[in-house]
Write a protein that binds this ligand. Structure first.
Ligand SMILES: [Zn+2]
Length: 311
C-alpha cells in the first residue's frame, strides 16, 4: 500500500506554474497561517473544488481551517483522493463536515504498483454518498514516480470506471497535455454531459480548447494571482464562463498575497477576486457563476448537500 504522506511531499509542490514567480513556495516550516481578518464574509458563496484537507499540514487545526473557510464565504469543498491509502481519511472528512464532498482515485504518482483489482476497490469506495467524482487521476511526466505505460493503464481504467458510474473525473496533468487530450478523446467520457475538470489548468489555449470541446471544465488555482502569469490569465479570460471552476489545491499553490505560506480553502477567494478582474465581473458574480458550475459538474443539490446520481 502506498503511504500517502510521502505522496504529498513529492506530488504537488506543484507544477511549472509555481515557477512563475520567484518567492519561496510552501516551505514546510511555515505551518501557521496568518489571520484572515482581511477576508470579510459578505454573503458570497464560493466553492473550492480541490483541496487536500486530509494532508498532514491540516491535522492540527482542521476545524479552524473549515471555520475560516466559512467565514471567508467558502461554503463548499471537494477533497480529492490520491490513492487507496488516503481514501478512508478523505471519506471521514466528508462524513464529518456536511459541505465537504469527496473524490476517490489513484493519482499518477501513486500508480506505480497499479493492479486491476484496484478498480474494484475504487468502485466500492465510490458508492459512498459523499463521493462526487473519480480523482485525482491523470498523467504526470515531471516526477519520475510511475512509468508512463503504467500511468496510461491506471488512467484509462479509471476513466472507464467514471463513465460506468456516471461520475465526473478530476484530472491532474503535469507536462502531459498531448497525451491527456488523446486519452480523454478516446475515453467514454468524451461528450458526456459532465465529464470532469482539468484541475489547476496549466496548458496552452489549444489544450484548453480541446478539453472544452469535449465538455470538460477548467479549474484555476493560486497561480492565476501570480505576477508573471499573464499567459494563464489570458486563457482564463477566454474560457466560457459556464466551464470555469476555482480551486486552491491546498496546502499547495498558495495565492498571492499569502504565497510561501500554507494554502487553505479560505484563500480560494483570492483566486475568485483575480478571476473577477480578468473577466471584468464583480466578485459576487464570479462566486455565483463558479459555484453554480461546481454544483452542476459534481451533481450536488444546492439546497442540501446530497449527491444526485444518474444511475
Ligand atoms: Zn491536488
Amino acid at each position: 500500500m502506498i503511504e500517502s504522506d510521502t505522496g504529498y511531499e513529492t506530488r504537488d509542490t506543484d507544477s511549472e506554474l509555481a515557477s512563475l514567480d520567484s518567492s519561496p513556495v510552501n516551505s514546510p516550516e511555515l505551518v501557521n497561517t496568518p489571520p484572515l481578518s482581511a477576508i470579510p464574509s459578505d454573503g458570497i458563496s464560493l466553492f473550492d473544488t480541490h483541496c487536500h484537507l486530509d494532508a498532514g499540514l491540516f491535522t492540527e487545526d482542521i476545524e479552524a481551517v473549515v471555520e475560516r473557510a466559512a467565514a471567508a464565504g467558502v461554503t463548499r469543498m471537494v477533497v480529492p483522493g490520491l490513492d487507496l491509502g488516503n481514501a478512508a481519511a478523505v471519506l471521514a472528512l466528508a462524513e464529518h463536515f456536511p459541505d465537504v464532498h469527496a473524490a476517490v482515485g489513484v493519482h499518477p504518482n501513486s500508480a506505480a504498483g497499479w493492479r486491476d483489482e484496484w478498480i474494484d476497490r475504487l468502485r466500492e469506495l465510490a458508492r459512498h454518498p459523499k463521493v462526487v467524482a473519480i480523482g485525482e487521476i491523470g498523467l504526470d511526466y515531471y516526477w519520475d514516480k510511475t512509468p508512463p505505460e503504467v500511468q496510461h493503464k491506471a488512467l484509462a481504467q479509471q476513466l472507464e470506471l467514471a463513465a460506468e458510474l456516471s461520475l465526473p473525473v478530476i484530472i491532474h496533468n503535469r507536462e502531459a497535455s498531448a497525451d491527456i487530450i488523446d486519452m480523454l478523446a478516446t475515453s467514454p467520457l468524451n461528450g458526456h454531459e459532465r465529464p470532469g475538470v482539468l484541475h489547476s489548468f496549466s496548458g496552452d489555449w489549444a489544450t484548453a480548447e480541446a478539453a472544452l470541446a469535449m465538455g470538460f471544465y477548467l479549474g484555476f488555482t493560486g497561480p492565476l494571482t501570480y505576477k508573471k502569469a499573464d499567459d494563464l490569465r489570458a486563457i482564463a479570460a477566454r474560457v466560457p464562463l459556464d466551464h470555469i471552476l476555482i480551486e486552491t489545491d491546498a496546502p499547495y499553490l498558495t495565492p498571492h498575497p499569502y504565497r510561501g505560506k500554507r494554502n487553505e480553502p479560505a484563500y480560494v477567494r483570492f483566486v475568485a477576486e483575480r478571476l473577477a478582474e480578468v473577466r471584468n465581473l464583480s466578485l459576487s458574480e464570479v462566486a455565483e457563476i463558479t459555484t453554480a458550475n461546481a454544483l452542476r459538474l459534481f451533481g450536488i443539490d444546492s439546497r442540501q448537500s446530497t449527491t444526485v446520481r444518474n444511475n
